[in-house]
Design a protein around this ligand. Sequence first.
Ligand code: PLP
Length: 320
Amino acid sequence: MVSYIDLSYRYIYFLINKKSIYLHLMESIPYDKRSGKIWFNGKTVDWLDANIHILNHGLHYASCVFEGERVYDGEIFKLEDHTERLFYSAKRMGISVPYTTEEINSACKNIVNIQKVMNGYVRPLIWRGSEMMAISAQKNKIHVAIATWEWGSYFDPKLKLNGIKLDISSWRKPAPNTIPWDTKAAGLYMINTLSKHAAEEKGFTDSLMLDHEGNIAEATGANIFFKDDIGELHTPIPDSFLDGITRREVIKIAKSKGVKVTERKIKPDEMKDFVGCFLTGTAAEVTPVSKISEYSFKVCDLITDLNKSYQSLVRKKTAA
Ligand SMILES: Cc1ncc(COP(=O)(O)O)c(C=O)c1O
């Protein structure tokens, strides 16, 4: 089955060959109305047939984990690291994945090839099915799916250039002994969506979340860094939120340039002394921040430089 809107947009893309217009048009098609293929429990199925029943444990009780990966020039960046984190998230949720990491890696690569995604996103997903509909889900079958699509910038590229503006969320990250905090479990994103919506309603692009003790934690889908007035970087210790794969790469890049990076507890009122700020994440990549609540930051050369280095790392194949 095909979605005719999707096909028409592909035709427009073919006629005018303008990727940004194509991506913009695609954004207007709901994800469940697109066309192509999805890897679903070991089989490649039509996009419109990758469905589940509404009586599903993943949907009702958030027994679901996922990954977010980017494709650059046809290759998934850090695929093995993402798959490893996917399996770690599943394990922390008591989910035993019915595939090996190698099988998931090759399924991700295959679906990217089948979909002919050159620069896009990959979303592997694992969830508990429908055998039991109660808190206990001991007998539920484990399902796995992988979808992929062409995708551009997570934040509006114009905003990204000048730095995005963040609100400070009234929701805090849960204490580490209250939730499997170091995973990409769906349940963790409930407060992130609440925070993001509240920020958007006030005209901000995203929201800064504090941890349970009131220290700076992260944005709703990305880690955060600050630059001080002597050119050093400071970033919160990931002890109640995700230690992003991009975060770790950017720390490596910064250190290789001789920039000192300190991982420490950071209080919100310290933001008055920082001169620069940026977010890191698979979706966000390296995104400068120009404002957080009343605190302003410059898009410093160091941030632009880290962004360039990150872009050449992810596109190593074409840069070489
Ligand atoms: C809440 C949250 N924090 C941080 C990150 C950054 O992680 P990564 O760089 O591994 O994409 C993400 C994105 O996955 C996220 O969803």
